[in-house]
Structure formats: structure tokens, C-alpha cells
Write a protein that binds this ligand. Structure first.
Ligand code: NAD
Ligand code: DAU
Length: 358
């Protein structure tokens, strides 16, 4: 039975990945989820699997080398899937320090602990051990022309403190692969959406605000482009890269689904109107009149677009969920999880929201 150490498993993508893995492998694998539970981490995301015998949760900070080394000492870890990070660009603009600490130093701790646990006296590594570092397309910077795409060979040019910290963490993983022949892969993925996404990010924020008849804030002219991928497709890609990818390689993961932010907002409004029952009071609230253009994000990247050609050619992965279907699945999930939304938007979220959008 393979043992996985997943970091950041109570966040958005990490929890979706854990759900995906148990659905796929059931009792053939064991997962240890290490998460310190920042504002973005929420054990409610894993409620339905928390009692599985092949799952355990360790509350620890990835910057705490002792705590992480202990997890490796007490368990024979076969795979590390490293999601834990500070992930929100707007927060990084206001408070960069924690991004450097968690994303850079935390990744270094993860690399060191895995290396110590897996390295043999002759400097090679135990058979079959693998580390996957989950990164972002934002490390490549911003595209201006429609015919340009991010490839694995595109030079790094991060702009925000968030993307600079992720780029630095990628460089550390590359350095461990190059220097020690440390068995790892890096994946650089585009914007994810789907269940359990925290409503500081565009799609869940717009869904939540629209259902309450609140303003829908659009940064700048709303024409910035992101390449949206349904989160379950990302989870599948990560598993396929780890099992079928070539070690030491980077794989770009993307949705082939570029849209301007304003298009996304209009699609959400239309889909909500379509999906809300006839007698639901909220139907009256959800209208394009809620759209409000607000000050632009500082240093706002214009366009991201991944060319997922390598992962398709080498591994056979491609984005399966069309946006029109993925957005319905996402909205349906939010309809069915109103309590989840209430819990995550109480307390600190209100403070964050009023400071961010004042
Ligand atoms: P998220 O913010 O929803 O979750 C991050 C998780 O990491 C939370 O559970 C949080 O508690 C945990 N965490 C934060 N600091 C920690 C620390 N010091 N120690 C232990 N745990 C800590 O993030 P997400 O959107 O799920 O992103 C997960 C990963 O995927 C990140 O590395 C991010 O850079 C990358 N990524 C995200 C997207 C996206 O669209 N969301 C796209 C590409 C790549
Ligand atoms: O590209 C991958 C990245 O996607 C990940 O690495 C990040 O972790 C993830 O947060 C995401 O970053 P973005 O900055 O692209 O996502 P966000 O949802 O914050 O914003 C998407 C776009 O929508 C962006 O152009 C900014 C805009 N936006 C966002 C918010 C929250 C608005 O116009 N209004 C808003 O209120």
C-alpha cells in the first residue's frame, strides 16, 4: 500500500485531490494530510472521508522542520504531493512576508525532510519515492498577444509577490533535482475552479455575492484573461504526472479555456438565473446590474494561457470538463453547501472583505 503525504490538503485543490484519490484508489493507498489550517484551510472540506482508516490528519506548519521530519520518521512515505502555500495574489500584494515564508522556506523544509528520509548512504534515493511540487502558470508572467502561450520552456517572469514566491519555490525544487538528483516533478497549472474554493477568488466570490444581491467587483476593465480548469481535472493530472510522467520533468496543466473576467461574470449570472428554481426569491437579485467596476489590482497580469501539449503527448491527459458543465457542477455544489459558505464567510472573512473592497 502506497503512503502519500499531502501538504495543504484541507485547502481548495488539496481537498479535491484527496477526494479524487480515495475515489480512484479507495483502500489501496494511505493518505496523511499535513496542514496548519490557515484561514484557507478547513477540515469541513474533508468531513466525509475523515473517519477512513487509511486517512490521517496532522496539524503542522510546513516551516516547522521538526514537525515535518517527525511525520517522515513515523511513516514510510512513498509520495509527497506538495500543495500547501499562501495562494491569493491580492493578499500577497498587501502582505508579502508570509508568502516568502510559507511558499519558499516551507518548500525548502519539505524538500530537506523528504531528502533526508529517502536518501541512501551512496547519495542515490530509495526506489519508487517521488515528490510532486504543485505550482502555477503565474510564474511565467503575463502574455500580451493572442497567439502566445506558456510552454514548459517559457522563461520565468513573475510579477506579484505570490508568483515570485512560487517561482522561487520552483527554483528550489529544480535545484534539488539538478544537484542531488532528487526524485521530483513540478506541475504548473492555470486557474482552477470548483467545489470548496474559498470565496476570496473570483468565481466563488461572484457566485456568493450574486446570490445575496451584492456588488460584483470587476478589477480594471474586466478584460484580463485567465485559463480556467475544473479542479477534478487538475487532481487527475497530478496523479497521472506522478504515475506516468518522467521524473525531473515539468508539466504544464491548463484548461484550453481562456476567458475574460467579465465573460466569466456574465456566464455565472446567466447560469444562476437558469439554475435557480422559479419560486426562489434570489432570482430577482441576480442581475447584471450588480456588476461594479472597481480599482484595478496592482501589477495586474493581462493574460495567462497554458499550452498543455507536453502532458497530452507524453501522458495522455487533457482537460475533460467543458467550462459550461464545470460551472454548473460548481454552482450546484454551492447550492447544496450553503452552510459551508456561511461558515467560511463568517468572522475574519468579513474583515478581509471590507478592507479589500472598501
Ligand atoms: P488554498 O489557499 O485554498 O489552500 C492552501 C492550503 O495550504 C490551506 O489548507 C492552508 O491551511 C495550507 N497552508 C498554508 N500555509 C501553510 C503552512 N505554513 N503549513 C501548512 N499548511 C499551510 O490554495 P489552493 O488554491 O488549493 O492552491 C493549492 C496549491 O496549488 C498552491 O500551491 C497554489 O500555488 C497552487 N495552484 C493553485 C491554483 C488555483 O487556481 N487555486 C492554480 C495553480 C496552482
Ligand atoms: O493562474 C493560477 C493562479 O490562479 C493560482 O496560482 C492562484 O493561486 C489563484 O488564486 C489564481 O490567481 P488569480 O489572481 O488569477 O485568481 P483570482 O480568482 O484572484 O482572480 C482571477 C481574475 O479575476 C484576476 O484577473 C483578478 C480578477 N478579479 C478577482 C477578484 C477576486 C476581479 O476582477 N474581481 C475580484 O473580486
Amino acid at each position: 500500500m502506497r503512503t502519500y503525504l499531502v501538504t495543504g490538503g484541507a485547502g481548495f485543490i488539496g481537498s479535491n485531490y484527496i477526494h479524487y484519490m480515495f475515489k480512484k484508489y479507495d483502500n489501496e493507498i494511505r493518505i496523511i494530510n499535513v496542514d496548519v489550517l490557515t484561514y484557507a484551510g478547513n477540515l469541513e472540506n474533508l468531513k466525509d472521508i475523515e473517519n477512513r482508516e487509511n486517512y490521517s490528519f496532522v496539524r503542522a506548519d510546513i516551516c516547522d522542520a521538526e514537525a515535518i521530519a517527525k511525520v517522515f520518521e513515523e511513516n514510510d512515505i512513498d509520495r509527497v504531493v506538495h500543495f500547501a502555500a499562501e495562494s491569493h495574489v491580492d493578499r500577497s500584494i498587501k502582505n508579502p512576508e508570509v508568502f516568502v515564508k510559507t511558499n519558499v522556506l516551507g518548500t525548502l523544509v519539505m524538500l530537506n525532510c523528504a531528502k533526508s528520509a529517502w536518501e541512501l548512504p551512496d547519495g542515490t534515493f530509495k526506489e519508487g519515492k517521488k515528490f510532486l511540487h504543485v505550482s502555477t502558470d503565474e510564474v511565467y508572467g503575463s502574455l500580451e498577444n493572442e497567439d502566445e502561450f506558456f510552454y514548459e520552456t517559457t522563461p520565468y517572469a513573475p510579477h506579484s509577490p505570490y508568483s515570485a514566491s512560487k517561482a522561487s519555490s520552483d527554483m528550489l525544487v529544480r535545484a534539488y533535482m539538478d544537484t542531488y538528483h532528487f526524485p521530483a516533478n513540478i506541475t504548473n497549472c492555470s486557474n482552477n475552479y470548483g467545489p470548496y474554493q474559498f470565496p476570496e477568488k473570483l468565481i466563488p466570490l461572484i457566485i456568493n455575492n450574486a446570490l445575496q444581491g451584492k456588488d460584483l467587483p470587476v478589477y480594471g476593465d474586466g478584460k484580463n484573461v485567465r485559463d480556467w480548469l475544473y479542479v477534478a481535472d487538475h487532481a487527475k493530472a497530478i496523479d497521472m504526472v506522478q504515475e506516468q510522467g518522467r521524473l525531473f520533468e515539468t508539466y504544464n496543466i491548463g484548461g484550453h479555456n481562456e476567458k475574460q473576467n467579465i465573460e466569466i461574470i456574465n456566464i455565472i449570472i446567466e447560469t444562476l438565473q437558469e439554475m435557480l428554481p422559479e419560486d426562489d426569491e434570489r432570482r430577482k437579485l441576480v442581475t447584471t446590474k450588480l456588476i461594479k467596476y472597481v480599482a484595478d489590482r496592482k501589477g495586474h497580469d493581462k493574460r495567462y494561457a497554458i499550452a498543455p501539449d507536453k502532458i497530452k503527448a507524453e501522458i495522455g491527459w487533457y482537460p475533460e470538463t467543458m467550462f459550461k458543465d464545470g460551472i454548473k457542477l460548481t454552482i450546484k455544489w454551492f447550492f447544496e453547501h450553503e452552510d459551508w459558505m456561511k461558515h467560511v464567510t463568517s468572522g475574519d472573512y468579513q474583515k478581509y472583505y471590507s478592507e479589500m473592497y472598501k
